[in-house]
Design a protein. Structure first.
Lengths: 106, 166, 697
C-alpha cells in the first residue's frame, strides 16, 4: 500500500519543476510546456484523491476523474489558442525569446 | 510491494523527464521529454485504477497536444535558446518562492502521512468508462456542454489568430 | 416697553445713506449724492433731537432707557444683546455726533465739489456716522466695540481717500494698525469683564459693582485695576494719547472735513466717552485712575510743545487736538468725568470750526497748507477770518467763550485732586499758555502780515517735518500743501462759497454760547451741565476721595471739602493770565518782530530740530517695533514657515507620490518572467498564510 502522501509529494515536485521552468526558460514554447507540466501535476493529485476517497466511502469519488477530464479539455483549448498567439507574435517580432516581447512596459 | 516498486520506478521517470525538460536547450528536446513525462504519468494513473483517464491522457495529451507543440516548433524553426539578460525579479523572488512552496507542501505531507491512508490497486470497476460516463452525462452535464462551447471558441480563436494578416 | 423711541433708527439712517451712495452713487450726479447723504444725516439728527426731547429727565420716560432687539451672541452663560442705551451721557454724545456731523456734511458738499470720488466720500462719511452712533448708543461693551472698530475702519477709508498717493495710503494704514493695538487691549479688558461679571451689559456690570462686599476698592493691582488699565490702553489708541498718538498727525493726509469730523469732533472722543462710561470701574481702581491722570497731563503738555514748531496749518491743529484730548483724559483722571464730557462738547464745536476754517483758508489760497507762505488774508476772506478768530479765542480759554468754562472746570478739578493735584494743575496751566501761543501764532501767520505765496524759501528740515515720517523723497516734494487737491485755478485769493461758510458761522455761534450751560457757581451760574450728568456719574459707588484714601490706607473724609470761591477766582485768573501771556508772545514773535523766531531757533538749534521732528518718536517706533516685526515676518514666517514648511509639505507630498510611482513603475516591466515570478511568490505567500492559519488552530 503506497501512502497517499507519496503521490502528493510527487505531484508537488512536478509542479515546482513546472514553475521553475516557467521562471527560468527563455523560449516561449518551453514556457508553455512548463505550464502543461503543471497541469499534469494537478491531474495526478486529483486522481490520487479520487482513489483515496473511493476507499473511504465518499459518494461521487469518481468526480475526481471527471475533473481531470475537464482539465484536459481546457488544456487542449488553451494550448491551441496559445500556440496560435505564439505564431502571431513570431511573425511580427521574429523571435521566440520572451524577454524581447516586452512592448507592454511602462 | 509491487505497487511501491512500480510507483517508484515511474515516479523517477517522471521526475527525470521533468528535469530534462528544464535542462535542455532546444525546445524539441524539451517537448520529447514532456511526452515521456506524460506517458509515465499515464502508467501511474493505471496504478491508481484510473483506466479511462490513463487512456485519454495518452490519446489527448500525449497524442494531440504534444503533437501540436511539435508541429509548431517545427513550423517556427526556432533554434536553440540564446542567452539574453533575464529578469532579476524572477531569480530573486520566484525561485525562493517556489522552493518555499515546495518545502511547505512536502513538510505537510510528511507530517500528515500517517493521517492519510494509502492507495492500492483497485480490483473493482472503479474507474470504468461507464461509471465515468454516468457521472459525466448526468451530474456534470452542464459543464460538459459548456466545455464543448469552449472548444468551439478555441477553434475559432486559433484560426483567427493564426491567419496571415493581409 | 411702554415708551419705544425706536433708537435703532438713529444709526441705521446713515447706514442706509451709505448703502445707497456706496452701491449706486457712481451713476448719480453730485447733487443727488449730496442730497441723499444730507437727507439721511439730517433725519438722523432730527430723530435724535426728538428722542432726547422725549426722554428728557423729569419726563415720563425713566432714564437710563434701554431698548433691546434680541440677542446677538449666546454662548454658554454669556449673552450679548443688540441693545441701545439712552441716558444723559449718551444724549450729549448723540446730539454732538449728529449735530456736528450734519454741519460737516453740509460743508463737505462745497469743499469736495471738485474732487473725484464724490459719492465714495459721502458713502464713507455716512458709514462713519452709522458706526459712531452705534458706539455711543450701545448698551453693552460688545456692541460698543463693533462701533469702535467700525469707526476705525471708516477712519482708515477716509484718511486714505486719496489712495493714489503713497503718503495717504501709508497714513491710513498707520492709523488702523495703531488703533488695533489699542483695540487689542480693549478686548483683553472685555474678556476680563466677562470673566468676572459674566456679561458685558452696562447696567449689569455697573449694578454688580455697587456691591461693596464683592467689589471693594482695589487698592493694589487686582483685576479691577488691570481691566481699567486695559480699557485705558484702548482709549489711548482711539483718542491719540501717549503712547499711541502717532497716527493722528499723519491722519491729516485726509481731506479737511474728515479731519474735522473724525479727528476732532467725534471719533477721537470715543476713548474719552468710553472712560466716562466706565467710570464705575475706574473709581474702584485708584491706581488705574492715577495712570489716566498722568497720561492725560503728559500728553497735553507734550503735544502742545510739538505744536509750537509745526508749519503746516493742519498739523498744528492735529497736535492741538491731541493736546485737548489730553485735557479731557486729564479730567477723567481727576474723576471729574462730567467736566471731561463738557470739554468734549465744547471741543467738538471749536475744533471742528478750526478745521473747517483752515479748510476754507486752504481752499482760498489754492491748496497751499504751509503757514509761512500765507499771510494778510484777513481782508481777503473776512467771514473765514472772523470765525477763525472766534475759534482761536475760544481754544485759548478767553471769557466768555465756551472753552473758558470747560477748561477751567477741568483745571479746578485737577487742582483739587489728591494725587499731586497742584503739580499737574501747574502743568495744565502751562499747557494752556502754550495752546494760546501756538494758536495765536497760527492766527497771526495766516491772517496778518503779507501774503507770501511761493516767494519764501522753506528749508529742507521743514520739508521733512511737514511730510509724514515715512514719506519718500518723491512725496516730500509734493508736500507743498497739496494734501487735498484744492489747487483749482480760480485765480487769486477768494472767499469760499456760502455752503462752506454757513457751517462755520453756526459753529462759531455754538463756540460762543456752548459753554454757558456749565457756568460754575462762583461765577454766578448754576452749573447745569454737571447737574445734568450727575445721575449718570452717581452710578459709581465711590468718589475719588475714597479711592485715594484706600490707596493710602486712611479713612475717607466724611464730606468733600468745601470749594472756596477765592481759590476758584485765583485758579481762573492764573489760567486767563497764561492765555494772555501766550497771546502776547505770539503777537511779539509773529507780528511785531517777525525776525525774532529765526534768531531764537538759531540759538537753540538742537532743541528746535528735536521738537520739529516730533522728538523722533516715529523713528523710534519704527526702529523698535516696525523693523523687527518686518524682519520676523519675512525671515521666520515667510521664508521659514510658508515657503519652507507649508510649501515643502505640499510639494513634498507631490514629489513623494512621484517617487513612489517611479518605484512601482518598475513592476510593469513588460517582462513576462518577472510577472510570473511575482505571481509565484504571491501564491506561495498566500498558501503559507493559509497553512499557518490552519496549523495554528
Amino acid at each position: 500500500m503506497v501512502p497517499l502522501s507519496w503521490y502528493l509529494i510527487l505531484s508537488a515536485i512536478l509542479f515546482c519543476l513546472g514553475v521553475f521552468g516557467f521562471l527560468l526558460k527563455r523560449n516561449i514554447i518551453t514556457i508553455f510546456m512548463s505550464i502543461e507540466l503543471m497541469l499534469n501535476a494537478v491531474n495526478l493529485t486529483f486522481v490520487a484523491f479520487a482513489n483515496y476517497w473511493s476507499e473511504h466511502g465518499l459518494k461521487l469519488a469518481l468526480s475526481g476523474h471527471v475533473f481531470v477530464f475537464f482539465v484536459m479539455v481546457v488544456a487542449a483549448a488553451e494550448a491551441a489558442v496559445g500556440l496560435a498567439i505564439i505564431i502571431a507574435v513570431f511573425r511580427t517580432r521574429e523571435t521566440l525569446n520572451v524577454d524581447r516581447v516586452n512592448l507592454l512596459k511602462l | 510491494m509491487v505497487h511501491e516498486i512500480l510507483f517508484i520506478i515511474f515516479g523517477l521517470i517522471c521526475v527525470a523527464g521533468a528535469v530534462n525538460l528544464l535542462v535542455q536547450r532546444h525546445p524539441i528536446h524539451s517537448a520529447l521529454s514532456l511526452v515521456l513525462v506524460m506517458a509515465s504519468l499515464a502508467l501511474i494513473y493505471l496504478l491508481l485504477g484510473a483506466e479511462f483517464v490513463a487512456a485519454i491522457q495518452v490519446i489527448v495529451y500525449a497524442g494531440a497536444i504534444m503533437v501540436l507543440f511539435v508541429f509548431v516548433i517545427m513550423l517556427l524553426n526556432a533554434g536553440a535558446e540564446e542567452h539574453s539578460p533575464g529578469s532579476k525579479i524572477a531569480l530573486l523572488m520566484g525561485v525562493p518562492g517556489v522552493i518555499v512552496f515546495g518545502c511547505l507542501v512536502g513538510w505537510i505531507m510528511i507530517h500528515t502521512s500517517t493521517q492519510l491512508g494509502g492507495v492500492r490497486i483497485n480490483p473493482s470497476d472503479f474507474g470504468d468508462t461507464h461509471n465515468i460516463a454516468r457521472l459525466l452525462f448526468r451530474d456534470f452535464l452542464l459543464p460538459f456542454e459548456i466545455t464543448s462551447v469552449l472548444i468551439l471558441i478555441a477553434i475559432m480563436g486559433a484560426v483567427v489568430l493564426g491567419r496571415r494578416q493581409n | 416697553m411702554t415708551h419705544n423711541l425706536n433708537l435703532w433708527v438713529i444709526p441705521l439712517l446713515p447706514l442706509a445713506g451709505a448703502a445707497i451712495n456706496g452701491l449706486f452713487g457712481r451713476h448719480f450726479k453730485n447733487a443727488v449724492v449730496s442730497f441723499i447723504a444730507l437727507f439721511f444725516t439730517a433725519l438722523s439728527f432730527a430723530w435724535a433731537v426728538w428722542a432726547v426731547w422725549s426722554a428728557w429727565p423729569g419726563g415720563p420716560i425713566p432714564l437710563p432707557h434701554i431698548e433691546s432687539f434680541g440677542t446677538w451672541i449666546t454662548a454658554g452663560s454669556f449673552s450679548a444683546p443688540f441693545g441701545f442705551y439712552l441716558d444723559q451721557l449718551s444724549m450729549v454724545m448723540v446730539l454732538v455726533v449728529t449735530g456736528v456731523g450734519f454741519l460737516i456734511h453740509i460743508y463737505s458738499v462745497g469743499y469736495m465739489a471738485h474732487e473725484g470720488g464724490f459719492y465714495r466720500f459721502f458713502a464713507y462719511l455716512n458709514l462713519f456716522m452709522f458706526f459712531m452712533l452705534t458706539l455711543v448708543l450701545a448698551n453693552n461693551y460688545l456692541l460698543m466695540f463693533v462701533g469702535w472698530e467700525g469707526v476705525g475702519l471708516a477712519s482708515y477709508l477716509l484718511i486714505g481717500f486719496y489712495f493714489l498717493r503713497d503718503s495717504a495710503a501709508d497714513a491710513g494704514k498707520k492709523a488702523f494698525i495703531v488703533n488695533r493695538i489699542g483695540d487689542f487691549a480693549f478686548l483683553i479688558g472685555m474678556f476680563l469683564l466677562i470673566q468676572h461679571f459674566g456679561t458685558l451689559s452696562y447696567d449689569h456690570v455697573f449694578n454688580a459693582l455697587k456691591d461693596a462686599q464683592k467689589f471693594p476698592v482695589d487698592a493694589g493691582w487686582g483685576f479691577l485695576t488691570i481691566t481699567a488699565i486695559c480699557l485705558l490702553i484702548g482709549a489711548t489708541g482711539k483718542s491719540a494719547q501717549i503712547p499711541l498718538y502717532v497716527w493722528l498727525p499723519d491722519a491729516m493726509e485726509g481731506p479737511t472735513p474728515v479731519s474735522a469730523l473724525i479727528h476732532a469732533a467725534t471719533m477721537v472722543t470715543a476713548g474719552v466717552y468710553m472712560i466716562a462710561r466706565s467710570h464705575a470701574i475706574f473709581n474702584l481702581a485708584p491706581n488705574a485712575l492715577h495712570i489716566v491722570f498722568v497720561i492725560g497731563c503728559v500728553t497735553a503738555l507734550f503735544a502742545a510743545t510739538m505744536g509750537i514748531a509745526q508749519t503746516d496749518i493742519k498739523r498744528v491743529l492735529a497736535y492741538s487736538t491731541v493736546s485737548q484730548l489730553g485735557y479731557m483724559v486729564l479730567a477723567c483722571g481727576a474723576a471729574a468725568y462730567a467736566a471731561g464730557i463738557f470739554h468734549l462738547m465744547t471741543h467738538a464745536f471749536f475744533k471742528a470750526l478750526l478745521f473747517l476754517g483752515s479748510g476754507s483758508v486752504i481752499h482760498a489760497v489754492g491748496g497751499e497748507q504751509d503757514m509761512r507762505r500765507m499771510g494778510g488774508l484777513r481782508t481777503k476772506i473776512p467771514v473765514t477770518f472772523w470765525t477763525m478768530t472766534i475759534a482761536t479765542f475760544t481754544i485759548s480759554g478767553f471769557w466768555p467763550m465756551a472753552a473758558f468754562f470747560s477748561k477751567d472746570e477741568i483745571l479746578a478739578a485737577v487742582y483739587r485732586s489728591p494725587y499731586a493735584g497742584h503739580l499737574l494743575w501747574a502743568i495744565g496751566v502751562i499747557t494752556a499758555g502754550l495752546t494760546a501761543f501756538y494758536m495765536f501764532r497760527l492766527w497771526f501767520m495766516t491772517f496778518f502780515g503779507e501774503l507770501k505765496l511761493g516767494a519764501v524759501d522753506v528749508g529742507e528740515e521743514a520739508h521733512a517735518a511737514a511730510a509724514p515720517a515715512h514719506a519718500s523723497h518723491a512725496s516730500a516734494s509734493h508736500s507743498h500743501g497739496h494734501a487735498d487737491d484744492q489747487s483749482h485755478g480760480h485765480g487769486g485769493v477768494h472767499e469760499s462759497p456760502w455752503i462752506m461758510l454757513a457751517p462755520l458761522v453756526i459753529l462759531a455761534a455754538l463756540s460762543i454760547v456752548g459753554g454757558w450751560v456749565g457756568v460754575p457757581k462762583f461765577l454766578g451760574g448754576h452749573n447745569e451741565f454737571d447737574r445734568f450728568l450727575a445721575p449718570v456719574m452717581e452710578q459709581s459707588r465711590t468718589s475719588i476721595a475714597e479711592g485715594a484714601a484706600a490707596l493710602q490706607n486712611t479713612e475717607a473724609p466724611a464730606a468733600p471739602p468745601e470749594e472756596k470761591s477765592t481759590t476758584e477766582w485765583v485758579l481762573t485768573g492764573m489760567s486767563v493770565l497764561a492765555a494772555v501771556l501766550g497771546l502776547f508772545f505770539a503777537w511779539l514773535l509773529y507780528y511785531k518782530r517777525p525776525d525774532l523766531p529765526d534768531r531764537i531757533t538759531a540759538k537753540i538749534h538742537g532743541i528746535y530740530l528735536t521738537v520739529l521732528h516730533k522728538y523722533y518718536i516715529d523713528e523710534g517706533y519704527n526702529l523698535l517695533f516696525v523693523k523687527p516685526l518686518l524682519a520676523l515676518s519675512t525671515l521666520v514666517f515667510w521664508r521659514g514657515i510658508d515657503q519652507g514648511i507649508i510649501d515643502g509639505l505640499v510639494n513634498g507630498a507631490g514629489s513623494a507620490s512621484k517617487g513612489i510611482g517611479n518605484e512601482l513603475r518598475r513592476m510593469q516591466s513588460g517582462n513576462i518572467r518577472s510577472y510570473a515570478a511575482w505571481v509565484a511568490a504571491g501564491g506561495a505567500a498566500v498558501i503559507a498564510y493559509m497553512i499557518w492559519l490552519g496549523v495554528s488552530k
